[in-house]
Design a binder for this molecule. Structure first.
Ligand code: ADP
Ligand code: MG
Length: 635
């Protein structure tokens, strides 16, 4: 140990550090629960190597000097059956000391651990998940007892380092001399993972998951992947299988996509794009917000992965590749979004994606419904946020409806096309379920007149409709709004409808007495123009602030005062109302009649879903019941 040579080779610095707590937890989940697709560690390592090479190629465009300028851009995989090792070597950008600790000792994205924990044993998802959330590297510990990462950054003066860990609690970093640019990762395979020292197995895994990596992957110096930019080919040159395989590759997915769009154009901008609608929507699980998933290239050179602001945010579920030779090659990622061509490209593509969805909707209803069920939430977001494309996006919306089968969806266009003669507006109503809407007080009057009502089943839908305001010149109106004028009913109970009951002045008197009785809790009491079976309903005077929205805001803790702004509409041919009028003119107990009025109001509030505290109402119902029982006794 005292010889000069030994001393020179001894690591100058060595330090051991603890993994961050959340890394330990993620490692624990990776090692102990995600067993089903262990082979994906190869995909993850190759993907990291490829990323590092893409970055190098991009840096090289502008740099004067950097380490190992002549090194070929490639990924090598070597296995050793005697020592049970699996090694992967790339000539990418490598890592400095601080990058090493930041990248392989922490988790970049917040929420990852919580997300993995939630997933538990959903086996089909594990291999999808691991690469998506910035924890791909840790998958090596599914197969390796000890991992060595030897790396040297491309920066001219950068030193080399070796990172060693068994994935349990800590890692050690030492300086290491003589390393070439890039990264070498050596896995010491666990006893139950020796299959990964077999070349054939390794090659199979590579063709399965990494066939489209844009750099040669060499196993024992033999190229395994195809290294092709299929998005630049013409559609006739690419098979369905290749398209699917490419999707799986770029999305780290094992599922087939729901739809794809492969196009090229020369004007207004030169571009080729291969975009996919995936099969799964990870935001549906409610924990993660998806990041944009389109990668931007210029003549096969990656400008930016997961390009932000190319497509609008609501298209963050779209996966794919866009290549434009009009983009300046050496554009920095920071200034990309200010670039005029970049912005034009985004606008153009957005319209194309919308048109593609529209084509699917027109040509294959079932397929589109599948897309709608998975990704409808994003399209709604689009309607609310993308003013330029609002009309086209509105055409992509789908609804349940009073005139559609339970499992059928209809579009606004279909609604408009089959509107009744003389009908001017489009009606909708929010409810938590079809049953709730159909049992509620509002739909009946529309059904009687055979007027279709769209059923909105998600709280956000109400918001979507109010921001859309109209469709094709027709106003969108919530069926619980005041001032809805409906044509007279054409059915047999026409007579019943028109039976004169109370005179105009009777009604006026009754309504104003009822308003006085209820007081400030109601804005107005008036005769209803709807024909309905209820004695009374609540309607909304303010179209932009519907009942649903109030409910939503109230649930969010923002009490904006539901009462005092509602209108109570009374059915002047309902026996309860006509009798009330009669008794008020007589000698009946006034206090009791007032209780009945208050109860009618509270019932209408309850049916509108606006009853917050039923205590007073329940007490009143008991008093009314006592009265009723008393009079039953007398008879
Ligand atoms: P992700 O690839 O999603 O960022 P990973 O866990 O796979 O997450 O990798 C973490 C980080 O480690 C990468 O973002 C990268 O910065 C770094 N890294 C991993 N492998 C390499 C490599 N071969 N060359 C350079 N950097 C790497
Ligand atoms: Mg990765």
């Amino acid at each position: 140990m005292s010889s000069k040579k030994d001393t020179a080779n001894e690591p100058v610095k060595q330090e051991t550090r603890q993994f961050k707590a959340e890394v330990k937890q993620v490692l624990d989940i990776v090692i102990h629960s995600l067993y089903t697709h262990r082979e994906i560690f190869i995909r993850e390592l190759i993907s990291n190597a490829s990323d590092a090479l893409e970055k190098m190629r991009h840096e090289a465009l502008t740099l004067e000097s950097y380490t190992d300028k002549d090194a070929p851009y490639e990924i090598k995989i070597e296995t050793d059956k005697d020592n049970h090792t699996f090694s992967i070597i790339d000539t990418g950008i490598g890592m400095t000391h601080s990058e090493l600790t930041a990248n392989l000792g922490t988790i970049a994205r917040s929420g990852t651990r919580e997300f993995l924990e939630q997933l538990d044993n959903r086996e089909a998802l594990d291999s999808e998940i691991i690469g998506k959330f910035g924890v791909g590297f840790y998958s090596v510990f599914m197969v390796a007892g000890e991992v060595r990462v030897r790396t040297r950054s491309y920066r001219p003066s950068a030193k080399g380092y070796e990172w060693v860990s068994d994935g349990v609690g800590e890692y050690t970093i030492s300086e290491m001399d003589g390393l070439p640019r890039g990264t070498t990762i050596i896995l010491n395979l666990k006893d139950d993972a020796h299959e990964y020292e077999d070349e054939t197995t390794v090659k199979d895994v590579i063709t399965k998951y990494s066939n489209f990596v844009p750099f040669p992957i060499l196993v024992k110096n033999e190229k395994v992947n195809t290294v092709q930019a299929i998005w630049l080919k013409s559609t006739s040159e690419v098979t369905d299988d290749e398209y699917t395989e490419f999707f799986k590759f770029i999305s780290n997915s094992v599922e087939e996509p729901l739809s794809r769009l492969h196009m090229s154009s020369d004007a207004p901008i030169q571009l080729s794009a291969l975009l996919y609608i995936p099969a799964m929507n990870f935001e549906q699980f409610g924990l993660m917000k998806l990041k944009p998933s389109v990668n931007l290239y210029c003549r096969k050179i990656l400008i930016q992965q997961h390009t932000d602001k190319l497509l609008p945010e609501y298209f963050r579920f779209v996966h794919g590749v866009v290549d434009s030779s009009d983009l300046p090659l050496n554009i920095s990622r920071e200034t990309l979004q200010d670039n005029l061509i970049f912005r034009k490209l985004g606008k153009f593509l957005t319209k194309r994606v919308i048109r593609h969805l529209d084509d699917v909707a027109k040509n294959d209803r079932e397929k589109y419904n599948g897309i709608w069920e998975k990704f409808g939430m994003f399209l709604k977001e689009g309607v609310v946020s993308d003013f330029d494309n609002r009309k086209e996006l509105a055409d992509l919306l789908r609804f349940r409806s009073s005139k559609a089968e339970k499992d059928e969806y209809i579009s606004l266009k279909e609604y408009a096309d089959r509107m009744k003669e003389g009908q001017k507006d489009i009606y909708y109503l929010y409810g938590r379920s079809r049953e709730e809407i159909e049992n509620g007080p509002y739909v009946g009057t529309f059904k009687k007149r055979e007027i279709e009502v769209l059923y909105l089943l998600e709280p956000i839908d109400d918001f979507v409709m109010t921001s859309l305001t109209d469709y094709d010149g027709k106003k969108l109106i919530s069926a619980d709004s005041a001032d809805i004028e409906l044509p007279p009913v054409e059915t047999e109970d026409k007579e019943a409808e028109q039976k004169p009951t109370l005179s105009a002045s009777d009604i006026k008197g009754l309504a104003s007495w009822m308003k006085d009785t209820i007081g400030d809790r109601v804005k107005e009491v008036r005769e209803s123009k709807r024909s309905m079976d209820r004695p009374a309903i609540i309607v909304n005077p303010d179209a932009a602030m519907t009942t649903t929205m109030r409910r939503v805001m109230k649930a969010a803790g923002r009490d904006i005062g539901i009462e005092g702004e509602k209108i109570l509409e009374i059915n002047t041919s309902h026996p309860l109302i006509t009798r009330l009028k009669k008794l008020r003119d007589g000698t009946a107990d006034k206090g009791f009649l007032q209780s009945c009025v208050l109860q009618i109001y509270d019932n209408a509030l309850s049916e509108a879903g606006l009853m917050d505290d039923p205590k007073t109402m329940v007490e009143r119902v008991y008093t009314i019941m006592e009265k009723a029982l008393e009079s039953a006794e007398k008879k």
